[in-house]
Every structure is written in C-alpha cells, then in structure tokens.
Design a protein around this ligand. Structure first.
Ligand code: HEM
Length: 483
C-alpha cells in the first residue's frame, strides 16, 4: 500500500516531465538553475541544500524552479503565493512524495494522511490540544525541565574545577531527551524514557532513515529491496511498533479511563458511535505525535540557547524578565503571558533556524502562481529557511533581534512571511503546545543556569527533515548565583 502510493507519485512526476505543455506555457514556467541533463539539480541536494535554495532565490527571484531528476520542484517566496498554496487553494494540492519516508515510519498518521480520513482524525485530535488541556501539560513541562536541571546541577557540583562549578553537555542531545520525555508524559502518560533503552536507539535509526529517504529522493532503493539500510530500518521499526503497540495494549488491558491524548483517541468514535480507531490507526497517530512533537521543539530550544549565548545583551534582558516575573520560583502556565521577551526569543530563533525548514506539496491541477505556469504534479515547496531571510520582509535578515516580534512590527509584516508552523488547514496542530513548552523550558533552565558554547565547534545546520546542528552542540552549563 505504502509502496504503491510512492510509485504513483513517481509515475505522476514522470508524466508531467513527458507531457507536452499547452502552447506558450513552456515560456511561462518559473526560472531556475539549469543543472545536469536527466539529473537536473539532484547532485546539489546531496551537498548543501540550504545554499542551493539561497542561491536560487538570489539569482532567479521569488519563484524558483529546480529539477530533481524527473521532478519539477518550485519554491515560492511571495506571501500571497504561499497563502494560495497553503490556504486558498489548499484543496488543489496534496502532500508531496518526499513525505513517503515519513510515511514509512508513521503510516497514515495526521502528518501524512489526506482527504476525509485526515479531516476525521484532525477533528478527533484537536480537543486534546485545546488551551484548557495545555494548562495541565505546562506543569509537566516545567517539572521535566527542572529535573533535567537537577541532573546538571548535581553533576556540576561533583566536578567543580578551575573554571568553577559547571559541566559540558551536548545541549542538542539533552533537549531531545527532555522533549521526548515531555511528549510521552503529556500525551500518553507514559515515561517513554524508561523504554528509551530500546526505543531511543531505534527511534534514532528511524529518524536517520526518514531523513535519508527525504533527501536522497530517487537515489535510494525502494523500501522493499533488502539492502542493509532497509533491513536496519525495518528492525528499528519493529522495536518502535512493539513499544507503541505495548502502550496501547497496556491501556486496553487496564481499562483505565485516562484523560490524555491516547485516552481521548481510544474513546473517540464517529457520529454513529460505532466506528472506533483500530490499534493500527492509533499506532500511526501515537508514532506521529512522538516524532512530530519532540524533534522540532528540541531543535527550536537548542538554537535558542545557541543564539542567546552569542548575544549576552539579549540573554541578560531575558534573565531579568524571568526574575521579575517568577522571582526564585519555577515558571508556570500563569507566567506565560508576562514572559514576553522569552517568547520573542523563541520566535526569532525559529525565524533564523526554523525547525521545519522546508515543507512541500504536489499540485493536483495546472495553476498559475506569481504569474508563472505550474503544471499539475509539480512539487511546490515553502522554504522558511529562505523566506525568513528574505530582505523584502526582514531588515538585517542575519541579525538576531527578538524585538522584531513586538506586536506592532508583527502587524506590519505579511502573515505568510513567517511560517515556522506552516499555515492553512494543515498548520501544525501542536503550535501552542510547542510554544508553551519552548517558553517554559527556556525560562526554567535560564533561571538556574548560564550557557556558553564550547569554542571551535562546527555549528552549521544540517538540513535534514528538521534543521539540526550537524555535530551536536557542546555547551558549558553553569549554575547561576541567585540575586
Ligand atoms: C517548534 C516545534 C514545532 C514546529 C516548528 C512544527 C512545525 C510544523 C509544521 C511546519 C507543520 C506543517 C507541515 C506541512 O504543512 O506539511 C506541522 C504539522 C504538524 N505538527 Fe508540528 N511543529 C512543532 C511541534 C509540534 C508538536 C509539539 C506536535 C505535537 C505534540 C506537533 C504535531 C504536528 C502534527 C500532528 C502535524 C500535522 C498536522 C496536520 O497535517 O493536520 N508539532 N508542524
């Protein structure tokens, strides 16, 4: 089933390549780099994708056409065109074949499903992300962040050396395990990290494979070919399935009514009250939320800590805000509104380092975008990485300036010039969850610790499915002396 849908998209893309365009329309295709015969720009994908897209925008303008093998791949940057793709003509697009890698891992979950099934699932899951429910989740987020800090503090005290108390941590790895734990506890009331002995390495293999499939595009054998890579992935998926189906089975056995997301999904039924989600459907949604809900937020936090350590003036202002709002007690849901600058730091970090740095659709029909002809089956992408640096919308685009997110300055910009969470009906369902989590974790940890980058690291972002530091991020974490 999964294989046939990938092949179908592939055949559609080939059809588009071989298709004779309506007279005159070939001249209206968007401009872009030439690339090699047959391969097009496919080789560049294997080198520096971020640079490729930056160059595309610089040299060819707001609507750029790349060729990745048989795929025409158009990146749009005009906010009105992005709005067309994500919102006003969302029904004329489906998710692109590059979601196939993700589909191998999360099946037909909310991120990858389409049509009536997606609509039903979105409706079922939306109440779990309601503001009211997030209040309870916030307490768990702060507790988990505090416990992460307790671990650092204990280790720092043990190892006090010439540079005073403190320790070096891989902040990226720390944020990944923290957000992983938060997703497990909030959404499934499960200490996923207890299962991390098995789940952690398996999930890492799954994510690596999903990244590989998304970026290797046609240069990777299909999943049914028993290559060592495909076999490794299948073994890892067996472990993930075992853990996820185990959580579902445990819940069914206990018959306990738990008010978390899993409980809501298990209790949810259609209008007739008869159709409930099967274990396989539940498995797909649980896997989707574990994957979509922890990596992205971990990247946002990691880049925020990096940027703050490079901008001590901003860091001082944020710490002063946290002290003023919370004093010495840990932050809470009630503080979120007052932690304004902390929130803007998250916004600005996601502008410069958008965790979802690219998302894609495939056109179902011929259409016009930005004055160009877009034939059916073309892949159409939104690239927050280049959009968030577009000089037409961002003054001094490379500068770190959280105050760009003051209400007045936000109101002066087009809505579709800043899209860390996407837009339209497929906008991230976890947007508030993620923003509350990022703000509370940042505040809880900054209140207690200062962060300094270990010098000499390669901090280039790796454009995988999410934007992550390519070699981790080593930081000195030092307890703050209280005022
Ligand atoms: C900083 C953190 C996050 C970022 C940057 C982010 C970004 C995104 C983006 C850009 C999309 C849209 C993709 C597209 O249009 O193709 C999306 C969808 C989604 N996100 Fe997030 N996300 C984050 C956190 C979360 C969290 C915490 C959860 C759940 C706990 C979550 C669950 C989902 C789901 C289920 C979808 C699919 C929604 C649908 O298609 O109906 N995300 N996310």
């Amino acid at each position: 089933m999964r294989r046939s849908s990938a092949s179908l998209h592939f055949v559609q893309a080939l059809n588009q390549t071989l298709r004779r365009l309506p007279p005159g329309e070939a001249r209206r295709l968007p401009p872009g780099p030439r690339g090699l015969p047959l391969l097009g720009n496919l080789i560049d994908v294997q080198t520096d994708l971020l640079e490729l897209f930056e160059r595309g925008l610089r040299e060819h303008g707001d609507t750029v056409r790349f060729r990745f093998g048989p795929f025409d791949f158009v990146v749009v940057h005009r906010p009105e065109d992005i709005r067309t793709v994500l919102l006003s003509r969302a029904g004329d697009f489906r998710k692109s074949p590059s979601y196939e890698g993700l589909r191998l891992a999360v099946g037909n979950g909310l991120l990858t499903s389409e049509g009536t099934f997606w609509r039903r699932q979105r409706k079922l899951m939306t109440p779990a992300f309601h503001h009211r429910r997030l209040v309870d989740f916030c307490q768990t987020m702060v507790t988990c962040a505090s416990e992460c800090g307790d671990g650092w503090a204990a280790a720092a005290a043990e190892r006090e050396g010439d540079e005073g108390p403190g320790r070096v941590v891989d902040l990226h790895a720390e944020m990944l395990s923290l957000t992983f734990r938060i997703v497990g506890l909030t959404l499934f009331s499960t200490e996923l990290s207890e299962k991390a002995g098995r789940m952690g390495p398996a999930l890492a293999t799954v994510l690596e494979h999903v990244n590989h499939v998304a970026t290797a595009m046609l240069l990777t054998p299909p999943p049914w070919v028993p290559t060592p890579r495909n076999r490794r992935f299948r073994r890892a998926m067996e472990v993930v399935d075992d853990v996820v189906l185990g959580i579902i089975a445990e819940r069914r056995r206990s018959g306990e009514e738990v008010g978390d997301l899993l409980g809501m999904l298990m209790a949810a039924s259609d209008e007739t009250g008869e159709v409930r989600m099967t274990d396989a459907e539940l498995r797909d949604e649980v896997a989707t939320l574990v994957l979509a809900g922890h990596e992205t937020t971990a990247q946002a936090l990691t880049w925020a800590f990096m940027l703050l350590s490079r901008h001590p003036d901003v860091e001082r202002r944020v710490v002063a805000e946290i002290r003023e709002v919370c004093g010495e007690r840990p932050p809470s849901f009630e503080d979120l509104k007052a932690l304004e600058l902390t929130g803007r730091v998250i916004d600005e970090s996601m502008r410069l380092y958008p965790p979802a740095w690219l998302f894609e659709r495939q056109a179902c029909v011929d259409l016009d975008l930005g004055g160009y002809f877009i034939p059916a089956n073309t892949l159409v992408a939104v690239s927050p990485w280049t959009l968030h640096r577009h000089p037409a919308y961002w003054e001094n685009p490379e500068g770190f300036d959280p105050d760009r997110f003051s209400p007045e300055r936000v109101a002066a910009r087009p809505r579709y010039a800043y899209l860390p969470f996407g837009g339209g009906p497929r906008q991230c369902i976890g947007v508030n969850f993620a923003l509350y989590e990022a703000k509370l974790v940042l505040a809880t940890l900054l209140q207690r610790f200062s962060f300094a980058l270990v010098p000499g690291q390669d901090l280039r972002p790796d454009a995988a499915v999410t934007l992550r530091p390519s070699q981790g991020m080593k930081m000195w974490v030092r307890p703050r002396t209280s005022t």
